[in-house]
Ligand binder design. Sequence first.
Ligand code: NAP
Ligand code: GCO
Length: 266
Amino acid sequence: MKMNDFRLDGRVALVTGGSYGIGFGIATALAEAGAKIVFNDRNPELIEKSVAEYKKLGIDAHGYICDVTDEEAVTKLIATIEKEVGTVDILVNNAGIIKRIPMLEMSAKDFRQVVDIDLNGPFIMAKACLPGMIKKGHGKIINICSMMSELGRETVSAYAAAKGGLKMLTRNIASEYGKYNIQCNGIGPGYIETPQTAPLRERQADGSRHPFDAFIVAKTPAERWGKVEDLQGPAVFLASDASNFINGHILYVDGGILAYIGKQPD
Ligand code: NAP
Ligand code: GCO
């Protein structure tokens, strides 16, 4: 093994939903390892703001407006990226939403929207990027899964169904395209401090911690929420040649939550 195996020089990395949160953090790490960064989001103002944020970090990121659920727009996006930047070598399917609604109160429309973005989106993005990867003779697809790829909890039925499906889509892409030297793996973050989980960490009116905040810290052997930085090394590893014989694997970066039954009574 050579340390250079962890480098991404000359590679084009596309991070969906790369304007902020986990996507932004992963993209900055891939850039640090040498990749050229491309990202997409739905909101034009957000793209402009995020390109400036990347620039502050010395990263010349290319931002494009594109909703990952819009197959026609995604096909055009990949063709534009290939023309303006180059063939996508690394695809990080990061874009995702969550709706926390008890199942009996959740409309089928809400359920479908979560599954559309969190599961159909990664399918559409991977389908658009695979032909270029096959042509180049290599490729990396990293799907951002979740604790909810393995566990359920109240109010997240659509999200858990989508993330469970994303785990199996990861394994299926690995099975179907491994012969082209394409590796498709997942990262399963634990509970990470980002805008998506902010409602679960909000201080209560009396200044006390959110009950869910205390719950997650108690459920995590590391006794803390994860930070975006905790995901950066695993993402570079799975995007690099150092992981060329790892395929269909979900790498959980969760501080030990999945290994832990929970604090035993004193
Ligand atoms: P976030 O802060 O809400 O960021 C999500 C990003 O995805 C935003 O840039 C958002 O942009 C974009 N996005 C949403 N729908 C999109 C669409 N249809 N097309 C294109 N972009 C879209 O979430 P996060 O916490 O960084 O999470 C990122 C990923 O990690 C998600 O897949 C999430 O499920 C997963 N995850 C998060 C955690 C955690 O604890 N935070 C843990 C495990 C897994 P807009 O502003 O346009 O919506
Ligand atoms: C929730 C959280 C989680 C995290 C993440 C955990 O409401 O339970 O948002 O779903 O986002 O997916 O891995």
